[in-house]
Design a protein around this ligand. Structure first.
Ligand SMILES: CC(C)(COP(=O)(O)OP(=O)(O)OC[C@H]1O[C@@H](n2cnc3c(N)ncnc32)[C@H](O)[C@@H]1OP(=O)(O)O)[C@@H](O)C(=O)NCCC(=O)NCCS
Length: 185
């Protein structure tokens, strides 16, 4: 049976499953100057690769129960980017990631979408923490990550580039759970 990918309304955005028809919109977004500037591969991908990414996301949802969504701002027909959670076997950790078309930068959309993704992850899965990986010079993304409450952990070399790793520990980690009547009060 296929996993039913949920849609989430975050206020100004709908995070909804990626579908084959989104490839064209993502193709145009990747062509925009600067969008891939801080990615391991800065060359805009061919349409076929984007179709492969969309298919791989369906498989990721099937396997882990979470993955990337398309970001649909209110009143728009086409997605403006993607956001969500990915399991990284290289690190054995789950990462929050996001990418938006340039015309919608600076509106707080990435922060809104990333916060909803993190909340979805912690509420539905036993993740003890979620990380974010970012190029040191990607100041806008670092700011988004910090606004989502993640803290800097370390610097690592992955996929051929240097990246900063940030992490947010699940809220209930480390809290001592006390049964009613057993806390001495
Ligand atoms: C990074 C990205 C997702 C940010 O999206 P966004 O919707 O503009 O982000 P938000 O509006 O939620 O927040 C951006 C923050 O960065 C700040 N910012 C933007 N450019 C900045 C810069 N050059 N230096 C410092 N801060 C900057 C903004 O002022 C804002 O912070 P504030 O709310 O405190 O004012 C978007 O630029 C993007 O898609 N870039 C290309 C893909 C990418 O790099 N993805 C991340 C990979 S780790």
């Amino acid at each position: 049976m296929k996993t039913e990918i949920p849609s989430i309304n975050t206020g100004r955005l709908t995070l909804r499953p990626l579908c084959a028809a989104d490839a064209q919109a993502l193709f145009h977004i990747y062509q925009q100057e600067g969008v891939l500037r801080y990615f391991p591969n800065t060359k805009p991908p061919a349409l076929e690769r984007i179709e492969g990414f969309i298919t791989s996301q369906q498989a990721h949802w099937e396997k882990f129960g979470y993955g990337n969504w398309g970001i649909l701002p209110d009143g728009r027909e086409n997605i403006a980017g993607w956001v969500g959670l990915q399991f990284l076997p290289e690190l054995d950790e789950t990462e929050v990631g996001f990418l938006l078309g340039k015309n919608l930068w600076g509106l707080g959309y990435a922060t809104e979408a990333a916060r909803a993704s993190i909340q979805f992850g912690f509420e539905n899965f036993k993740l003890d923490h979620i990380i974010a990986l970012v190029h040191p010079d990607n100041l806008a993304s670092r700011r988004v990550i910090e606004k989502c409450g993640l803290s800097y952990i370390d610097r690592l070399h992955l996929w051929g580039i240097d990246l900063l790793r940030y992490s947010l520990v699940a809220a209930n980690k480390g809290r001592v759970l006390t049964a009613p009547g057993m806390d001495g009060r």
